[in-house]
Design a protein around this ligand. Sequence first.
Ligand SMILES: [Zn+2]
Length: 1029
Amino acid sequence: MYHLPVLKNRRTLLERAEKFISNVYFTDCNLRGRLYGDSCPLESIAVFQTSKRIPFSEAVQQHFQPYKVGDAFGPTWWTCWFKIVLKMPEAWKGKEVHMRWESDGEGMVWRDQQPVQGLTKEGEKNSYVLSECLKESEAHSITLYVELACNGLFGAGQGSMIAAPDPNRKYTVQKADVVVFNRDVQELLTDFELLVDIVKTLGEEEQRGYQALYTVNEMVNLCDPANPSSFSSARNLAQKFFSQKNGQSQHVVHAMGHCHIDSAWLWPYEETIRKCARSWISAIRLMEKNPEFIFTCSQAQQFQWVKSWYPGLFSQIQHFVKKGQFVPVGGTWVEMDGNLPSGESMIRQFLEGQNFFKEEFGQYCTEFWLPDTFGYSAQLPQIMRGCGISRFLTQKLSWNLVNTFPHNTFFWEGIDGSQVLTHFPPGNSYGMTCKVEDLINTVKNNKDKGRANHSAVLFGFGDGGGGPTQLMLDRLQRVRDSDGLPRVFMSSPDRLFSELQHESSLLCTWSGELFLELHNGTYTTQAKIKLENRLCEVLLHDIEVASCLALCQAAGFSYPAKELQELWRLLLLNQFHDVIPGTCIEMVVEDALEYYKEIQKTGSGLLLSACNALRSSSFLGVGSNTAVFNTLAWERTEVIALTGNGAKKKLALVKAPCMGVAPVTESAEPVSKVTVTVQADGSVEMENGLLRAVLDKMGRLVSLLLVQTNREAISDGCFGNEFVLFDDVPLYWDAWDVMDYHLQTRKPVANVTQFVEVISSGGLRGSVAFSLRISEKSSIMQEVILDANCPYIKFKTEVDWAEAHKFLKVEFPVQVRNPNATYEIQFGHLQRPTHRNTSWDWARFEVWGHKWADLSEHGFGVALLNDCKYGYSIHQNVMTLSLLRSPKAPDANADMGHHQFTYAVMPHTGSYQEASVIQQAYNLNFPLHLIPDVRIIHPWSAFNLSSSAVILKTVKHAEGRKNALVVHLYESHGSSVNVVLSTPLPVQEAWHCDLLERPDHSHPVALNGGDITLSFKPFQIISLLLKLH
Ligand SMILES: [Zn+2]
């Protein structure tokens, strides 16, 4: 039945078929032009606009004005509610009838007081199905509401996607009518489109591509768009092609519906709630029609939002979770940044997330799901393992600018040796559309060919929501097993990983961090968010310690579990992978800072009431003394400021016991007083018996001597504490990226506006201050502080910052040589090279670390500590801390204004472990607290540890249990060690438990009169459940 043989002209045949389905060309006579049949206008359409996001019940009570299609509304971030009355003509009996809706913005259709479907042009959802087959018996007159958000799937960037939003954008509805939808045309179009794509994707090398070419050409011959009875012969031809099967060895694709929704990014948090509803209700409509359709969905916070705002939708979700179609994944509260949150924050991401999933859906997640963040900490495998998760999915490393990551399926090993089975979908996307290209790329890009024969394809519009469409499902359905394409079936994360596990014997192992060679500016951008994150992590830690002590020691104290959970959830939310990295719009920054304020305000109150409660305890009591409270688990002797009777601040050297309280005795004398000497050339020498520092009159550190060994830390002829400014113009992703070439634009900040002058003249504290001008608009003021008994020198810094595309850093060239430097990460540390031998080395020209980084050689080293910074680089012998950036997109005002931060330099003998660098960095971040008006008798300590290698990081109340504490400890040196944890608290029983606090009944802990002996492996985290009397 084939027509006359044609010439061997691939191009004309291919383009002929393309034109036959084009929505631009020849729609007067091609197949695409027949997609819709008769249409009729809406009976009426009326509008009500509001600047607020209000519930449906409130919206429908408003006064609606008549609206004409084409009229403008808005501006950006407003919401337009449309009331639509429509009628399906009797004559359309038996036809599929849609309401066609083409508009800007993101819409939600409401019918009978319920949300029923999302409408977004960018997400290819332009119509709402009124009837699949119009019957006489059904209601022909229908009233609908469309809630239209005045923002696109990707916000409202002015000029480009990531530019700051245009607040004055106007929106319109371009088309709104009732129309007959020709399903048979749609089906045939899908056949055509797939065949055309096979021709194009397989290219001229593959015979299968030519088979598709001649098939599709013959289909054009057979098909008369004006005559639907001709469609079936064309469809049969397509069907015959698609049903030619693969051999047994073909790669297997696990297709999973997905909809990546950034919890806030180019739109505010509040809009995300509606994005979830629009996307998820649409996914549920697809589940109803396609019982095999599976949709994976992460982020407990988003479920929680939908539960509160759309309870009807939430119960539908619960129904489809039970059916196995709506699959919650990930196990975390939000898809957090993978670098910056503290170890404890990461545990809480899982604790809050997993508990939510368990409570609402009856199951814990078994896969960690983080397709879209900017690198992954080497401590994550252990944290995942501790939280019931042994599998991990991401794809972001495909964005590497320099090196291609060598695996798609592999074991990822953390710093402690924990492993998780990891899969990067080789299609390198979490928003595929099930086109031929996605399937072919999945096979072609797979770097584990012959080792792993299964891969994931995550399909559905994402980032701003949207999700899968019926068209994507129709594509998949046709090519389940079609020769030349991978076999593909609808699958779930569990099924994929089970297959991968099954065939894992040949898989490689990647040890250490998954570093993203891109977006390295995110360690620094939006400094205030990073500062607040650090402060709030410290505050919540301190509240938990204080509240646990109060619970054990003060009668009648009730642990503020509910309040703490709310504060933690706010903190965790702001750790979302576009918020803490600073890659969001200004509106999100404002919301985030508001949440931090709330944590600070409520948190300070909770800390105060715990401390007040301690006053009623037997070991404090009410009196007229002041006590010092140390929330860290080692003894500290530090200079602190006392504020007495409104008079000027008074300093005292206080000794605070390990996680406990002690009286403040103002008479404590330092072993060695601090001296401050101004020299003839204007430079100043400060010494505290441990360190001797010399600052030149510009505030630069010309010498830093370790007194005991007479060892100089600063390189000869170089300056420490030198501020340097770089041009910082990335290629595209402004807030995200700092490029390698910025290093060539280094300029020291050398314009002194106030030379060094003495502020504190010695005794307990020596300090000097100076000021620099960065530019006409920006300046630095710094106080350099040396305290008695303190092994580091502090740089308390204030910057007024009004730059554009500049990057401020501070440098310390030190007399140390080592090919590797050490950086603190979550519950441990790792090494990165200080040289640029290979592309993998130099791609890490800007890296992240937490509270400290260290460069040591045998017997001596220098640590650089900070109280809120994350960006570091240590190249050769120069240690650099990144301070402030000034990108202009997506927040045009990012980082403008006043900043305060402190960093410190600590030269040391021996290793950083022996020198207690780790503890000193904690000390800098966790100030001692004063408790006034107490009658203290003796210093009292809640916990003690026999080895400094182990850090007791967290003491908290056990979730959902009465009278039980949970403690998290970790080995911080990278050593195997036995340690005794001692406590006078009334502990009755102790159990090992996982990080979800589930006791391991096979692993009790021997409790010997308050002593617990524990064995640690390098960087191991141990969690204990302590039952109290
Ligand atoms: Zn994202």
